[in-house]
Structures are given as C-alpha cells and as structure tokens.
Design a protein around this ligand. Structure first.
Ligand code: NAP
Length: 253
C-alpha cells in the first residue's frame, strides 16, 4: 500500500513525538478522531495507552487509527525505529510532528547546567533526529510534511527563559532551513503556540521561575486550539504549504 500526501487528505499517516500529554496528546486525539492514522510516541507508555483507549473507537469510526509507541527522542536510533514502525504498519508516513519538548526555566546564574543539557537534547537534538528519521522516507515517497512545535519563545526572550528560548529559536531556524532546502514535494510547517494548558511547567525546578510561571500560565488556552491548527495545515491541498501558524490566547499580548 503506497499512497502519497496528495491522494488521501482525510487519512494521513502521522507520527507525533511527545504525544503522552498536553499539545502532543491533543494533536494525536484530534487527528485520530478525524480519521487519520496516528502513531503516538513518548516515554510514558501508560499515558499513551490511556490516550489510545480514549480515542480508538472514534478513530475507527472515522476510518483512522491510533497506536502507542514508546520513544525517547534523545536516542537517535529510537526515533529512527519510531518512523520505521509507522512505515511497517501503514506502508508510509505522511506527516512527522516533532513536538516533544520540556521547559525547566531558570535564570542563567542559577547554573542549572543539567537542565540546559536536557532542553538542548530534547528540544533541539530531538527535532533533528526526527528530521533525520523522516526525511529519507519522505524523499523516497516523493511526499511528506514536517510539523515542528516551536513557541512564541522562538520570537521573543524573557528572563528565566534564555536557554528555553534559545532552543526554540534553534527549532524555528532549523525548521525554516528545512523548508528552504526542501523541494516542493515536502511541506514544512512551524506551529508556534502561546501559553497552552499542559504539563510543560511541571519540569521547572527553580522556585522563582515556577512562581512567575503560575501567573503567566493563568491565561492558558486548551491544547485543542493547537491541534486544530495542525489539522488545518496537514489537510490543505498539496500545493499549499502553511509555513507558520502562531496561536496565542486572546489575553496574551
Ligand atoms: N504549553 C505551552 O504553553 C507551550 C507553548 C509553546 C510551545 N510549547 C511546546 O509544545 C511542545 C509540547 O509541550 P506541552 O506544552 O504539551 O508540554 P507537556 O504536556 O509537558 O508535553 C511534553 C511532551 O514531550 C514529551 N517528552 C519530553 N521528553 C521526551 C523525550 N526525551 N522523548 C520523548 N518525548 C519526550 C513528554 O512525554 P514523556 O514525558 O512521556 O516522554 C510529553 O508528551 C513542546 O515542544 C513545548 O516546548 C508549549
């Protein structure tokens, strides 16, 4: 079974990293319920299995499916196996959503160097490993669509977010470079959320940054707003490349 992105916009094969909570879980649920075939990847398999249990029936009714896959994006080979698993199961991969991320905010002078490393490993290297895994498959298929979950932190820097914003500036730049280097058979979209309800702030260990985030995140919107943006981008006709969508709460300026 080999179809291309052009042929069946209602039944894309979509691999999503960081699908066990927040934005990734919302994207996985939204796309599966819309009849796409979703491979949901993350480290917490129990959470992924709960997601599959929640969505499977609606996905099947719409002609789609959802499968859980244990994945650590800091392991390049793991990411390769994730994409291979989608190809084994469905014969192709149409969309690679590089969404996994973490945000342990702190001021630089707190010197939480291990947390800087983790952000770089997941938010930057995890994205690169996703590109490395899917790009050869997209080339061989003659079609494919990359989605990167960046952040408004890819466009502005605030205190305590220097490293996080650095990783998101990098994610934005890598994704834009990928778009510029790609031929028209490959589409590339940056999804740029403002503040969205998720578990993202749970990774903050710095007390001052955690307190500041509580106020900031009070205006958060539902992650389904981001999922709808992804659904829109992937179901546009093949000659339309949605380059970037910024979705913020109306209260966020
Ligand atoms: N929420 C916001 O306000 C907001 C705003 C802008 C951008 N974003 C971006 O949105 C993306 C999703 O974050 P979220 O807000 O939905 O937060 P979240 O609820 O904490 O979700 C983060 C996801 O990343 C996964 N993840 C973390 N480390 C991983 C690893 N090593 N390997 C595989 N998966 C890993 C987590 O799964 P496991 O722990 O199970 O592995 C989880 O599924 C991130 O890139 C974040 O930077 C979020």
């Amino acid at each position: 079974m080999t179809t291309t992105t052009n042929e069946d916009p209602n039944h894309r094969v979509v691999a999503i990293t960081g699908a066990s909570s927040g934005i990734g879980a919302a994207i996985a649920a939204c796309l599966a319920r819309a009849g796409h075939h979703v491979l949901a990847g993350a480290r917490r398999l129990d959470r992924l299995e709960d997601l599959v249990a929640d969505c499977s029936q609606a996905a099947a009714a719409a002609g789609g499916s959802i499968t859980a896959y244990r994945l650590d994006v800091t392991d390049r080979h793991d990411v390769g196996r994730f994409v291979d698993a989608a190809v084994d199961r469905h014969g192709r991969v149409d969309v690679m959503v590089n969404n996994a991320g973490l945000m342990p905010l702190s001021r630089l002078d707190a010197l939480l160097v291990d947390e800087w490393d983790r952000m770089i490993d997941v938010n930057v290297k995890g994205l690169l490993y996703g590109i490395a895994a899917a790009l050869p498959v997209f080339r061989a298929q003659g079609a494919g669509h990359f989605i990167t979950t960046a952040s408004v932190g890819a466009h502005e820097v605030v205190p305590t977010a220097a490293v996080y914003c650095g990783t998101k500036f990098a994610a934005w730049a890598i994704t834009e470079g990928l778009r510029l280097e790609s031929d028209p058979s490959i589409r590339v979209t940056t999804i740029t959320p403002g503040v969205v309800t998720s578990e993202l702030a749970d990774t903050i260990t710095d007390v001052v940054a955690a307190e500041a985030m509580r106020t900031y995140r009070a205006n958060a919107i539902d992650p389904d707003a981001i999922a709808r943006a992804v659904r829109y981008a992937i179901t546009e006709p093949a000659d339309v490349d949605v380059n970037e969508i910024i979705v913020r709460p109306t209260r966020q300026r």
